[in-house]
Design a protein around this ligand. Structure first.
Ligand SMILES: C[S@@+](CC[C@H](N)C(=O)[O-])C[C@H]1O[C@@H](n2cnc3c(N)ncnc32)[C@H](O)[C@@H]1O
Length: 183
């Protein structure tokens, strides 16, 4: 892991350690709104899950759900919530060093995380007919999300990020972009 990445990881760990008692945030509105698209059984991944609001939602829908993040405080907090939810599997994992394997998940959710080399890996990690939900910050910083432009989508970028998948839903606003794709 590069020195920059190590510093970023330390910042995330400290951030979640401070908010260890906070409840998980709600799921992405896009995921909640499109719950009807989800399969009734199968496997799901919340990649770079943070407090795991999306993972909890997916597990409650009946999906065997993995939640990966490299901030151990976030994973610990989610593991405590997972005691009442046998389908939720929070795991400490650096998703750049250990990205998902091919054809591993029926549903993948990525929220507020951007590492462009993962785009083709995410597309390949879907099982046939699998769904990818992706939402993150876009455009120039205007008060919300990361200030570093490397972590913000360029206009139109997400729309073209998964050329081998079928785009089901896509929308872009001034500071975020979101969509759903099918394998
Ligand atoms: C802005 S937060 C988003 C969290 C969650 N997806 C949400 O929307 O609430 C970004 C998350 O990415 C995680 N992260 C960043 N780089 C990572 C990596 N290489 N491996 C695993 N997690 C990573 C951070 O620890 C942090 O929890």
């Amino acid at each position: 892991m590069s020195e920059d990445e190590q510093q970023r990881q330390q910042r995330w760990r400290a951030c979640y350690a401070e908010s260890a008692r906070d409840a998980a945030p709600p799921p992405l509105p896009l995921l909640e709104a499109q719950v009807g698209l989800l399969p009734t059984a199968g496997t799901a991944l919340d990649l770079a899950c943070g407090r795991g609001g999306n993972a909890l939602f997916l597990a409650k829908q009946g999906l065997e759900t993995w939640a990966w993040d490299y901030a151990d405080a976030a994973i610990l907090a989610l593991q405590q919530q997972a005691t009442g939810q046998p389908r939720l599997h929070p795991e400490y994992r650096d998703v750049l060093a250990q990205p998902p394997q091919a054809a591993a998940f029926d549903v993948i959710v990525v929220a507020h995380f951007l590492h462009r080399p993962l785009f083709p890996i995410l597309a390949r990690a879907l099982k046939p007919k699998g769904l990818l939900f992706y939402e993150t910050w876009a455009g120039p910083y205007a008060g919300r999300g990361p200030q570093n432009p490397d972590f913000r989508l360029r206009p139109g970028e997400l729309e073209k990020a998964f050329p081998d998948l079928q785009r089901l839903i896509y929308h872009e606003e001034s500071d975020r972009a979101a969509g759903v794709w099918k394998a």
